[in-house]
Design a protein around this ligand. Sequence first.
Ligand SMILES: Cc1cc2nc3c(=O)[nH]c(=O)nc-3n(C[C@H](O)[C@H](O)[C@H](O)COP(=O)(O)OP(=O)(O)OC[C@H]3O[C@@H](n4cnc5c(N)ncnc54)[C@H](O)[C@@H]3O)c2cc1C
Length: 455
Amino acid sequence: MTGRTFSPFAADSAVIRMLESRGLTRRDMLAGAAALSLFLAAPPAARAVSPVASRARIVIVGAGAAGLSCAARLKREVVGAEITLIDPRKRHYYQPGFTLVAAGLQPADYVLSSTAEWVPDGVAWIEEAAAEIDPDGRKVVTASGRSVPYDFLIVAAGLTLDFDAVEGFERRLIGRDGVGAVYAGPEEAAATAAEMMRFAERGGVGVFGRPATEMKCAGAPLKYTMIVDDILRTNGTREQSEIKYFAHANALFSVPIVNEKLRMLFDRKGVEVHRSHVLKGIDPVKKLAFFTTPDGTAECDYDFINVIPPMRAPEPVRNSPLPWREGPWANDGWVEVDRHTMRHLRYPEVFAVGDVAGVPKGKTAASVKWQVPVAVDHLVADIAGRESLESYNGYTSCPLITRIGRAMLIEFDYDDNLVPSFPGVVAPLEELWISWLMKKVALKPTYFAMIRGQA
Ligand SMILES: Cc1cc2nc3c(=O)[nH]c(=O)nc-3n(C[C@H](O)[C@H](O)[C@H](O)COP(=O)(O)OP(=O)(O)OC[C@H]3O[C@@H](n4cnc5c(N)ncnc54)[C@H](O)[C@@H]3O)c2cc1C
């Protein structure tokens, strides 16, 4: 080994020192990132809200990013309504921070808070799972059998990580024998960081990739690959290592221009790309990964692997009449909504927002921020007897970390257009420190403003 061991704090300090040498103070940097981030956080429709009065029963299944954000906005916009959140999870996860935890840049508790902290005053919270959703009977039945009737329903139940679909994988393996799983949860992301650091000290074969299903934050598998590549370089172990990325399809990313940029970046970094390979299972004893390919099963040995499982709508949603019945989103149970209004196509009093929605793009907190005001406005318009003209254009964004201290702020819509929030200031396909600072420093307050219904 020729280099020094990666230290997250040293890495951050190095970036800050470099920026200071260009005449920027720390305060300038933070203020710049925060200002840009607040701009990103501006409500999509700068509409003056006059609350409407109603005794409507509004039930929201899921109190994560989307459900809480809906509850906060509805509480403000509808006076007298009976708003009920249903969710068994007491811990709230700031999931965009999982990558930073898995990189060793933040501890697990960086992404943790309590759900209770974010439930708006005057909104009821049933701390149970929804077991059955019955849109014909306009009710939700909880795990204990309690029936909760509604006039309007918002499905915001996120998605399920189907780790059982990865043969040989067990959660208890995370953080041991070269197994990592960034998506699995806060503690698992921290265990992944510890195991990844052990790998990065010696080097070896690092295996990365993504599932073939729809997934949340499709940029995360790619950024984690580049983060590990960077840490190996800092440690001086990159030359004795191989980094392999297994793409489920022919492309690395669904937006063509971003895909081309990533292809060039991976090429430059010496990341070996295998296309049309989907992780089928692992042998944790022999440290082998198995992939389904068009030519049969392929195998690859690993010293470190980041396992990302297939993702599906939660079971009660899948078992309800709400999912698409045909097309690309039918199999995994994504909810059949209009892509511009988030309103169900067969049950007009039902909306779906966030990861569970069956729309072509999204599954990021950034898309939640733009979907929620639209869905809420359509719901409130129904109550007020007016027409809503709000429309969601598929906006999704991802600060794609390319190395510690650099990121590309990729923003795009349903039509794969790049829709930069700061044209001329933040170039989407450039690896910039400001985009890094936005991910590292400014996105968390923006996220919490969103779940308070203020962004
Ligand atoms: C590793 C990683 C990196 C990411 N990076 C980014 C990023 O850089 N930028 C970005 O914008 N986004 C990112 N995301 C994605 C973002 O966090 C999610 O898209 C966002 O949290 C989705 O919000 P949601 O409300 O739909 O789902 P969640 O926030 O997951 O909430 C779903 C809620 O539904 C509840 N629920 C599930 N089933 C039931 C049931 N049966 N009954 C009642 N409640 C139920 C759950 O308990 C949970 O509280 C990342 C995610 C991960 C995992």
